[in-house]
Ligand binder design. Structure first.
Ligand code: AMP
Length: 120
């Protein structure tokens, strides 16, 4: 799948759409989800043009990959969910029900999150 420059997260990265930013460095931006599914629901995205974990893991630099995962851990700690437990999740492609075609890692926390997936 080729990258769509007009996806909503590309527009957030260009500053065309506002976001409630929680973290930014050279490679990563993180912001609150617009429709939170838990008391803490933050999206962590690479600044590079990657559709999903498929192309990110295949083509991103070591620095970009390290930055994304370091950021996830740092943000979880800063949001205060590290001690009680939290969840990271990345939806990928059609079966993964990915809605926005720019790689994003969800951070959920602040309540008991239940089973990993519906059991059917
Ligand atoms: P996914 O199904 O993993 O692609 O999730 C996309 C997520 O992006 C959903 O949780 C949406 O609520 C969230 N989202 C969509 N538009 C925005 C936006 N403008 N700002 C913040 N989050 C958004």
């Amino acid at each position: 799948m080729s990258y769509d420059d007009n996806n909503i997260f590309a527009r957030i990265l260009r500053g065309e759409i506002p976001c409630k930013k929680v973290f930014e460095d050279d490679h990563v931006l993180a912001f609150h989800d617009i429709n939170p599914l838990a008391p803490v629901h933050v999206l962590v995205i690479p600044k590079g043009a990657y559709v999903s974990m498929n192309d990110f893991t295949a083509t991103a630099s070591e620095a970009e990959i390290a930055a994304l995962f370091r950021a996830v851990g740092k943000i979880a700690a800063e949001l205060g969910v590290a001690e009680d437990g939290w969840r990271m999740l990345a939806n990928i492609g059609g079966n993964g029900h990915q809605e926005v075609p720019h790689l994003h890692i969800h951070i959920f926390g602040g309540r008991k999150l239940g089973h990993m997936l519906p059991q059917h």
